[in-house]
Design a protein around this ligand. Sequence first.
Ligand SMILES: NC(=O)c1ccc[n+]([C@@H]2O[C@H](COP(=O)([O-])OP(=O)(O)OC[C@H]3O[C@@H](n4cnc5c(N)ncnc54)[C@H](O)[C@@H]3O)[C@@H](O)[C@H]2O)c1
Length: 323
Amino acid sequence: MTNHYERIKNKKVLVTGGLGFVGHNLVKTLVDDYNCTLIVVDNCANSNPAILGSHIDKVAFSQISVLDTDKLFPLLADVNYIFHLACKQISASGTEPLDDLKVNAESTLLLLDYIKNNPLPALERFVYASSCSVYGSSTILPISENDPTIVLSNYAATKLLGENYTMIYNRSNDIPTSSVRYSNVFGYGQSPRNPYCGVLGKFVHNALTGLPLCVIGDGEQTRDYTFVSDAVNATILAAVHPKALGEVFNVGTGIETSVNRLAEIIKESVPGISIEHLPERDIDNIRRRSTNIEKIHQQLGWSPLINIKQGIDETLKWYKNTL
Ligand SMILES: NC(=O)c1ccc[n+]([C@@H]2O[C@H](COP(=O)([O-])OP(=O)(O)OC[C@H]3O[C@@H](n4cnc5c(N)ncnc54)[C@H](O)[C@@H]3O)[C@@H](O)[C@H]2O)c1
């Protein structure tokens, strides 16, 4: 059986948003497991080079914006893979909508259009990090890539736009693109100070610092939580697999977990923590979500390896050593 992952070994890779939560985990994996030569692009809007630890010396880091094309485009020469992860976070997309549009979508268009006009012969794949937030308030469970999108935030709109650009430039200009729609990624390296670290990041942080876990509403709202190493492996597979070309894939587990269940799991590992209930907010407008992962499973042979309990335990371990 072909090991598609082998294809990225020793290759030159550029990761935008490479200091972010998913980005720095991707960078470390590409360096450690695949001996890739890394160019990491990040403007540190929401991150710090320290997150890479000693890996910072193993990569070429450029502290630039993805919108600074004069500095970005020359970095693209000879790269084999581009992973475009830089983003404006969902929490800021309502208050800074133009910035959200620029970082999430315009930068994608600029990159693709540059590649169209200045073909990069070495380029094997351009991977765009999209989001299951494009499904919005859909009540379809589990939701598939072909189900309707219902965008509820500027972030979801600009993520979908970025994704659509990758599809258009693939179909019309033969640029080798793939997109992954992540579902609630969690795990080590997620800063609890990051306003979009998600409920799990906040719960883990609070549990280990003696603060109560704040459950909003009745706690029966569900999401499909994906452990970061699974998300990273799916992203690399979307880059190397021939059947991922021009496609978009859900990256999740297919399993719904309620906020109450998350709190229970954490309580099992950190006894003595308290749980506080807070009233529902206007923004809590998505009751349930789980993603159908048949497409990535059937087409690329990917399945998540880490279940929610294992993922939470790994995350607790990491936070204990880091905090
Ligand atoms: N974490 C999740 O659960 C999740 C879910 C769905 C989709 N995604 C997508 O996956 C990707 C990675 O998400 P993440 O959780 O690692 O986000 P993150 O916020 O941790 O990382 C994003 C990185 O982009 C950088 N950045 C922001 N603006 C930039 C600019 N103009 N130029 C260069 N760098 C810039 C930030 O400094 C940060 O390091 C994003 O595209 C996001 O939309 C993430």
